[in-house]
Design a protein around this ligand. Structure first.
Ligand code: 3PG
Length: 209
């Protein structure tokens, strides 16, 4: 099973809301062009499963599924080619379904109780969601006190301007966000601007390294 560090060695996970699966291949090209080899496709649109299938055609590109809330969904996204699963919250059923399927699960947590429950379920890298409305880096740093072995993937409200602050923390395994793949750019086929957004984020990540 892949670690989050293996999934996102550059410490950025683009969270993709995709409306048209035909855009998955050019979108993957833009992410790779900007310097990233992974994407989380959110299961919020009817195009998600086909988009995962299309992105998974490149074996060097790690595609995962986001917004996964049920064990049934785990089965569907893994069948489509997802190598990791991200959840907005913590569900034991989803964590167990991922373990059974042999894929990495990154469940969402906000409180110490949720982090404890995740650790009980064998998870040591959790999503911290929604990050900005729940105390941001200050909250992650506070949670890192009692849980020095847990690493966080803050997501929710993060943009280029706050990326570097999060990445400066060793408690942060990676940062996720939708700002890298805006729907307007996808709709207008402006993949060059997506590539630029990714490249900008990569430059920030390199400075934080
Ligand atoms: C997620 O599902 O992780 C969030 O919707 C991402 O939040 P953002 O849109 O503020 O980046």
């Amino acid at each position: 099973m892949l670690t989050v560090e293996q999934i996102a060695p550059r410490r950025i996970i683009p969270v993709v809301v995709i409306e048209d699966y035909l855009l998955a291949t050019p979108l993957r090209g833009a992410l790779i062009g900007g310097g990233l080899q992974c994407a989380e496709i959110t299961c919020r649109t009817s195009a998600a499963i086909e988009a995962i299938t299309a992105m998974a055609e490149d074996p060097d590109f790690l595609v995962g599924a986001g917004t996964v809330t049920t064990a049934d969904q785990v089965e569907r996204v893994v069948r489509a080619g997802a190598r990791f699963v991200v959840c907005p919250g913590l569900s034991a059923a989803v964590v167990r379904a991922c373990a059974d399927a042999g894929v990495t699960c990154v469940p969402g947590t906000v409180t110490a109780t949720e982090v404890m429950r995740a650790v009980e379920l064998g998870v040591t890298t959790v999503k911290f969601f929604p990050a900005e409305t729940n105390g941001g880096l200050a909250a992650i740093t506070a949670l890192g006190g009692p849980f020095p072995d847990v690493r966080f993937v803050p997501t929710g409200g993060i943009r280029l301007s706050s990326l570097g602050t999060y990445l400066a923390s060793q408690a942060v395994a990676a940062v996720g966000g939708t700002w890298l793949t805006p729907l307007e750019a996808q709709r207008s086929g402006d993949f060059a601007s997506i590539e630029r957004l990714v490249a900008e984020a990569m430059a920030v990540a390199e400075d934080a390294a």
